[in-house]
Design a protein around this ligand. Structure first.
Ligand SMILES: Nc1nc2c(ncn2[C@@H]2O[C@H](COP(=O)(O)OP(=O)(O)OP(=O)(O)O)[C@@H](O)[C@H]2O)c(=O)[nH]1
Length: 697
């Protein structure tokens, strides 16, 4: 009997290999991938099935507004599929009209009417029309709708499917509203009417290069603003604190640095209104200053520059201004719109001015919230306290939180048993922009989770249970981050309008060159946005920024650090490294146009650190290595990294364990390694072994 390759059939049908493989599996024709082959007869069946599906879609299109008509069309429609079905003994269940057992076959006589909202979750619909969710999902696939069990489908799609099972759906506006309020955790956060809004204090994060004085500045702000009465009280560390100037409050997040800021953002929580970027006047703009600026810009929040250490004799505030101008922050006195405040955290100089500027920027932003509603906030920190149980610091963002409120935060729920402010004082009720420590939760919530007040305990428990499901789904959603592979598809679907890119390189010159070439790749459909560039290894902070901003990371002659690599895997951030600028530009251009056809992908096998070097006569230099992770294979390709910068790429000339030649060296073992035609190895260099794997399509 003749056989047909899947990829040939896909080509003939004008659909992707993946689509065809899915279709075949739906029809119970088991295939592994596009290289598998199927019987010619099966191929015929698939062809007929697909053409009948298309016909079906056309019908639905024409008649989509009329439910009754739809019912008719879907009852007559699968005829062709039935014919096809007869030809091969494949599963019939996928495309035969379903009849509820014990019911009349003439659907028009016995139609069940159900009221549903504008949208309905797949599993709810399945329950309502009395079929298994899996059956419903495969039915949806037949209709060209890819939806998971927890996903929502619209009313039209739902009613078409339901009609096949003798159910008629009617739109019920009330159910719709109630459902969306009940079902979705995030819909607990409703919009407040304009007239209910009142000004609220700004929430500030301090960022800047290491040792430029972030912590000192936070301390200075707090100390200069503690009133006499409060001075005796011990300032609690709860993750955030509030200070008052001219009777106005400013909230400071305790953990300085853009890493903390961005990891919050990566978890979907944007709590900062204003970023203070600290630059030491004696040191000027440094790499982490630029990172901080780009992290704040990516989050779209205003920046105030605090030029710190102006007490020092070598302080040169003008140089700081000059340097920052190059990064788009132009001081007001130079015609720009960025506020610069000279301060000395050490000598407590300029602190009040800085706070006044914060209030000014806050005022311009018109930060408002409705204090008279059920509270909504974000968890800043949380821990398990031996005596007190789960303890969480929440920044109340909307509404007012009171003792006794039933709350839910992620999978945690409970009643607020006690509340403490940042001075350790017990409080009963707090409004927007207030950090408080709360007791009474069922478990320790994740930082970054939203907290909502709900009617009662029962409701809190219910929402928390559902939230657990959502969290699980969100973890799956991580997969939906942008990558070059599916970029074209995502642009076509309108899901990606900005391609955010982070560029890391071994030399500064490359960054600017790449940035300019990349910007030129923008099309009408997609804007290519280099959001950050820096010299050196790809770090954890780069990956978090990419994750928070849905960006891809490209590196030139640099590699990710071990932690960065782990986090990139976890967060599903696409990291691409190149030796030459040209290939990177070519890749991204191809991805935008949908022409990227990689057949192989690089897989890192492991990394080994060089602990010693030996000169071996007639051989060259051999490195004594210790495998830190993964394994080193004798026939793998390797890179020599120094501070995660690629010094050399090549292959292994010898791999030994003690005196013996070995084919591999595993994690935790030591051995000797020679690099083919290369001797310039140093202690603490890292050998990265990698290989290429064929991509399964
Ligand atoms: N002369 C002078 N020294 C300062 C000033 N502010 C901070 N310093 C000093 O600078 C050093 C670093 O200050 P930190 O506040 O620890 O800096 P940081 O940015 O928080 O540092 P990391 O947390 O390590 O990133 C300390 O030795 C401070 O005493 C200032 O205004 N003037």
């Amino acid at each position: 009997m003749t056989k047909v390759r899947v990829y040939e059939l896909a080509k003939e049908l004008g659909i992707s290999n993946k689509e065809l493989v899915n279709k075949l599996n739906e029809l119970d024709i088991k295939v592994g991938n596009h290289m598998s082959s199927i019987e010619a007869e099966e191929a015929e069946l698939v062809k007929e099935f697909i053409s009948s599906e298309e016909e079906e879609k056309d019908n639905l299109h024409e008649e989509s507004s009329d439910i009754n008509k739809k019912k008719k069309s879907s009852n007559t429609k699968p005829k062709k599929a039935n014919d096809a079905d007869k030809k091969a003994n494949t599963s019939k269940k996928n495309y035969q009209p379903e009849k509820k057992s014990g019911e009349e076959s003439n659907v028009n006589i016995n139609v069940n009417i159900i009221e549903v909202g504008n949208k309905i979750q797949v599993k709810d619909l399945a329950e309502k029309i009395n079929i298994s969710p899996n059956k419903l999902i495969s039915k949806l696939i037949n209709f060209g709708v890819m939806a998971g069990i927890n996903q929502e489908i619209d009313f039209d799609t739902a009613s078409i499917i339901a009609s096949e099972f003798n159910y008629e759906l009617r739109l019920d506006k009330k159910t719709d509203e109630e459902e969306s309020k009940d079902k979705s955790y995030d819909s607990l956060d409703f919009e407040d009417p304009e007239e209910s809004l009142q000004l609220r204090p700004p929430v500030v994060t301090v960022m800047g290069h290491v040792d430029h004085g972030k912590t000192s500045l936070l301390d200075a702000i707090r100390e200069t603003n503690v009133t006499q009465k409060e001075a005796g009280g011990i300032t609690q560390h709860i993750g955030a604190s509030a200070v008052t100037i001219n009777n106005k409050k400013v909230v400071l997040l305790d953990t300085p640095g853009h890493e903390a800021f961005t990891s919050m953002r990566a978890r979907g929580a944007q709590i900062t209104d204003i970023a203070i970027v600290v630059v030491a006047a004696d040191d000027g703009v440094m790499p982490q200053t630029i990172e901080a600026i780009n992290h704040a810009k990516a989050a779209n929040i205003p920046i105030i520059v605090a030029i710190n250490k102006v007490d020092k004799s070598e302080a040169n505030p003008d140089r700081v201004k000059q340097e920052l101008t190059e990064h788009g922050l132009v001081p007001e006195d130079w015609g720009g719109d960025t506020i610069f405040v000279p301060v000395s955290a050490l000598k407590r100089m300029g602190i009040d001015e800085l706070l006044e500027m914060i209030l000014l920027v806050a005022e311009m932003q018109e930060l408002k919230a409705n204090p008279n509603r059920k509270a909504m906030g974000t968890i800043i920190e949380a821990k398990l306290d031996k005596g007190r149980g789960p303890v969480a610091t929440v920044l109340v963002q909307k509404g007012s939180l009171s003792i006794g409120d039933a709350v839910v935060a992620g999978a945690a729920y409970g009643r607020v048993r006690a509340m403490l402010d940042d001075r350790g004082k017990r409080v009963k009720k707090v409004g927007p922009s207030t950090p408080v420590e709360i007791l009474g939760l069922s478990e320790v919530p994740e930082a970054g989770e939203h907290l909502y007040v709900v009617e009662d305990d029962k409701k809190a428990r219910e929402v928390a249970t559902r939230r657990k499901e959502v969290i699980r789904n969100e973890q799956l959603k991580v997969n939906q981050k942008v990558s070059l592979e599916d970029l074209f598809e995502r642009i076509k679907q309108g899901e990606v309008k900005d391609l955010n890119i982070i560029i890391k390189a071994d030399v500064k010159g490359s960054i600017e060159a790449v940035k300019q070439s990349l910007e030129k790749l923008s099309t009408d459909e997609v804007k290519v946005n280099p959001i950050h560039g820096g010299v050196g290894a790809i770090t954890e902070s780069d990956i978090m920024l990419a994750s928070a901003s849905n960006a891809i990371v490209i590196g030139f002659n640099v590699r990710p650090t071990n932690t960065a690599m782990e986090i990139a895997n976890k967060e599903n951030v696409d990291v691409r490294t190149y030796r030459v600028i040209y290939t990177a530009i070519e890749d991204i251009e191809a991805a935008i146009k949908g022409m990227l056809t990689p057949e192989y992908k690089e897989v890192v096998l492991g990394r080994a650190e060089i602990r010693a070097t030996f000169k071996v006569p007639n051989v060259g230099v051999v490195a004594g290595v210790y495998v830190q992770q993964g394994k080193i294979l004798r026939n793998a390709k390797i890179r020599l990294l120094r501070d995660n910068i690629v010094i050399h790429e090549g292959s292994i000339s010898s791999l030994k364990r003690f005196k013996d030649d070995v084919r591999e060296l595993l994690s935790g073992y030591e051995g000797g390694l020679g690099i083919d035609g290369y001797n310039d190895v140093k202690e603490s260099d890292v050998i990265e072994a990698y290989t290429f794997e064929e991509i399964q399509k």
